[in-house]
Ligand binder design. Structure first.
Ligand code: SF4
Length: 301
């Protein structure tokens, strides 16, 4: 193990590469990364970095987003098979069909979508700015894709818009149940319960805070609660515990794991970095159109 870590660090230094890891990656990957964050933070870090070689430890749509925002860089995805079942619920043709059905609507796509879906959208959003983006786009009709739970949350908070939802969901976040929440309240009445907006709406309504992973990290630091219960993928607990050693963190119910997020191992990271394989390649037109929808997001937050 130490040998692999040494080799990765040596190669990283030699190639002046930047290793990025999502908050849901296994602890060993998080610990070796130069930066750990949510998908958009990682893409922004990639864009602002001087390194021309980026090794992205996450799932495909995230590495694609990094490539879109830093097109001149070489972006590697060590776990080639790491897709996102939520992102895969919709493709660009589905978006075009929705547009035909709702010609006056803007399409707002969550960052958890393929590059092609972003390219077919008017603007992108994250889980932390989805409410503002939908509120501020110029049309009353808004097609929101692909996560229905985040979409319901946006609908609740932006009642003045006519929001058309796509029936996609994250199988990890959809596993949390209302019973998990009620049991947690009983067991830890003094705890704060923070859940991700990809969770089911009955959970969003009964928790203390709804937040993205970046928002959860921020809230955990600010909160006076000594016990915090988290309704998101269990990988986030590693960073939460590291940053808040005086607090206790538990998963809501049992730990929920995203299998795709756990596909990146130290060995795969080493092989990808060493051979510079599993590069993300996207068509120029897709990069341009998806980049436009992503960059446009800042105008509407
Ligand atoms: S946690 Fe859900 S949304 Fe995130 S990568 Fe896994 S399946 Fe996709």
């Amino acid at each position: 193990m130490d040998n692999i870590i040494e080799k990765i660090l040596e190669l990283k230094e030699k190639k002046k590469a930047l290793i990025l890891a999502h908050n849901y990656q296994i602890a060993q990957i998080q610990d070796i990364a130069d930066f750990v964050g949510d998908s958009l933070e990682l893409s922004k870090t990639s864009k602002g970095a001087t390194a021309s070689l980026i090794v992205f430890c996450g799932v495909r749509f995230m590495a694609e987003t990094a490539k879109i925002l830093s097109k001149e860089k070489k972006v590697l995805l060590p776990a080639q098979a790491a897709g996102c079942p939520l992102a895969e619920t919709i493709n660009a043709d589905d978006v075009l069909n929705l547009r035909k059905l709702h010609p006056n609507a803007w399409v707002v796509s969550y960052v958890n979508t393929s590059a092609e879906v972003k390219a077919a959208s008017d603007v992108c959003c994250t889980s932390s700015n989805a409410i503002n983006v939908v509120k501020n786009v110029p049309t009353k009709d808004v097609i929101f894709v692909p996560d229905k739970n985040l979409g319901h949350w946006v609908k609740k908070n932006v009642p003045e818009k006519n929001i058309i939802l796509w029936n996609g969901g994250c199988y990890v976040h959809e596993q949390f149940t209302l019973d998990d929440l009620l049991q947690a309240r009983k067991k830890f009445p003094e705890a704060e319960i923070i859940v991700h907006p990809e969770c089911r709406k009955e959970i969003l309504e009964k928790c203390d805070f709804v937040a993205s992973t970046a928002g959860m990290l921020k809230r955990a630091k600010q909160s006076k609660a000594k016990i915090i219960i988290i309704g998101t993928e269990e990988g986030l607990l590693h960073k939460l515990k590291k940053e808040n050693p005086d607090k206790q963190f538990f998963s809501l119910g049992i730990s929920r794991t995203c299998l795709n997020m756990k596909k990146t191992t130290l060995n795969e990271l080493l092989v990808s970095l060493e051979k510079e394989i599993y590069e993300i390649n996207l068509e120029k037109e897709i990069i341009e159109k998806a980049g436009f929808a992503l960059e446009r997001m800042v105008q509407y937050v």
